[in-house]
Write a protein that binds this ligand. Structure first.
Ligand SMILES: *Cc1c(COP(=O)(O)O)cnc(C)c1O
Length: 469
């Protein structure tokens, strides 16, 4: 039975010769066209063998080849509309950049730059000078260094400060940050010996004191980032750790994770210490990400005492972990915005989304609904609901921000069909399904997403209603 149908699948040469293929033959290089046809025919064979029923008409095969060519031509890395309400969405690229950062990337990429050239002396310079002063200004640190990401910053700092010696960490802070970043494993890589103290829920100053000895090189505090403990808990503050560190003559390092540079409690977001606070509290060095709460490009920032950062600048690992010029340009531009907190909150998308007031999100939802309803066919029903957004990116795990959601209904399509179709639309739209509703959170939808969102909804409506609206 399958054999019979398999024989009906045409050969590549025959497809190429079809009258209907003439336009494609004229407009595509032959190897590309052949590859697309082969791939379509192979998919059909697989489908037939699996017992699926396939349309083998010329029309259908040509349209499959068209789709295949479009997909091959499209870049793999594409813009996506984030309707999930997770502001720092790691799978969707974490922080969208500010306009200034985007412009800085364009300038730095177009031509040559003084990346490692000192314009005043005419001698070789270092790439780090472009941001070191800004980091120091914004955090109160004496010195700073930037690398590829915070994982790299932690490895460099640990290698430089505690290789072959002990670093003491609380058992309540041995976190895993998604993927494969786990503090115990990162420490192993850096050659620092992990000395665990305390219990999962409670660690006291006396636990550190009992563990400190001649082999101790570092007291390490790790921000728990993506989880929170409630109930009977105790942790040792940076202030207390720095007292013990000074007594023992060892530095205190804080892996702050998110890298918060402004006091968010002024915007109703409590409990996230700024990097400046950690340093003022006595931390000798702090590491943090550039693309979490900071809202910049992927980066790892090390800020702290001059005598502690200086050896890291000479460490052989630095070359392998160094940041590229485009990210550096974006980081400098983002940090500059922080010189004026008001501008930072207005112009850095991550901060703008996190601090947006529920009433403003609601008004924006109304504007977006009005625009979409005017443009979309009747089969698309859009409803407004209340809901909650979250920070994501291993930041502020308990934070829930009141928000406005747009529910999308299309004809009698199921929520799963709507989800899949929007995810695969020409501008992919990612939302969430909750209680059998497909929802888009307005908080994380950017203004420049709106034309793409509107088109993708129209496309989805056409495909799910068979174009009969
Ligand atoms: C996110 C995080 C990291 C890893 O930072 P990346 O910039 O993603 O490499 C390390 N430590 C903590 C505490 C974190 O929250």
């Amino acid at each position: 039975m399958h054999q019979e149908i398999l024989r009906q699948i045409p050969k590549v040469d025959r497809v190429l010769a079809w009258e209907r293929m003439a336009a494609l033959v004229a407009s595509h290089p032959r190897p590309e066209l052949l590859a697309a046809i082969r791939s379509v025919l192979e998919r059909l064979r697989v489908a037939v063998r699996s017992g699926a029923s396939c349309e083998l008409s010329e029309d259908n095969i040509v349209s499959l080849v068209n789709v295949e060519l479009d997909q091959r031509g499209a870049p793999s890395l594409r813009n996506v509309v984030n309707g999930t309400g997770v502001v720092i969405h790691t799978n969707l690229g974490r922080s969208p950049l500010a306009d200034d950062a985007e412009e800085a990337i364009r300038r730095a990429s177009r031509g040559y730059s003084n990346l490692e050239f000192d314009l005043s002396s005419g001698e070789r310079g270092t790439r780090y000078v472009h941001v070191e002063g800004l980091v120091c200004e914004l955090t109160g640190a004496e010195a700073a260094l930037v690398v590829n990401n915070n994982a790299a910053a932690v490895i460099l700092a640990l290698s430089s400060l505690a290789q072959g010696r002990d670093a003491i960490v609380s058992r309540g802070e041995l976190v895993e940050i998604g993927g494969s970043f786990r503090i115990p494993e990162v420490m192993l890589q850096s050659g620092a010996h992990l000395v665990e103290v305390g219990a999962t829920n409670c660690t006291h100053a006396r636990d550190y004191r009992a563990a400190i000895n001649d082999a101790t090189a570092l007291l390490l505090k790790v921000h728990t980032s993506n989880f929170a403990m409630v109930g009977f808990t105790a942790e040792v503050t940076v202030e207390e750790m720095s007292v013990m560190g000074r007594e023992a003559g060892v530095p205190v390092m804080v892996d702050a994770g998110s890298g918060c540079l402004i006091d968010l409690s002024a915007y109703g977001i409590a409990g996230e210490p700024t990097v400046r606070r950690y340093l003022a509290g006595g931390a000798d060095v702090v590491t943090f990400s550039g693309d979490k709460l900071l809202g910049g490009p992927q980066a790892g920032i090390i800020a702290g005492r001059r005598d502690i950062v200086a050896p890291m600048k000479r460490h052989p690992l630095l070359r392998a972990l160094r940041m590229d010029k485009l990210s550096l340009a974006a980081l400098e531009a983002t940090l500059r915005l922080y010189r004026d907190e008001w501008r930072a909150v207005r112009d850095i998308p991550t901060l703008r989304m996190l601090t947006a007031l529920p009433a403003d999100v609601s008004q924006r939802a109304d504007r977006i609904l009005g625009m979409l309803r005017r443009r979309l066919p009747k089969a698309v029903i859009l409803l407004k609901h209340k809901g909650e957004s979250s920070a994501g990116g291993g930041s502020l795990p308990l934070l829930r921000m009141p928000t406005s959601l747009i529910e999308v209904r299309i004809g009698d399509a199921s929520v799963q069909q709507i989800e899949q179709s929007l995810r695969q639309a020409s501008t992919p739209v990612v939302g969430r399904i909750h209680r059998d509703r497909f929802l888009l959170d307005v908080r994380t939808i950017l203004d420049h997403d709106l034309p793409g969102l509107s088109l993708s909804l129209a496309e989805t409506a056409a495909s799910l209603t068979g174009g009969n609206q």
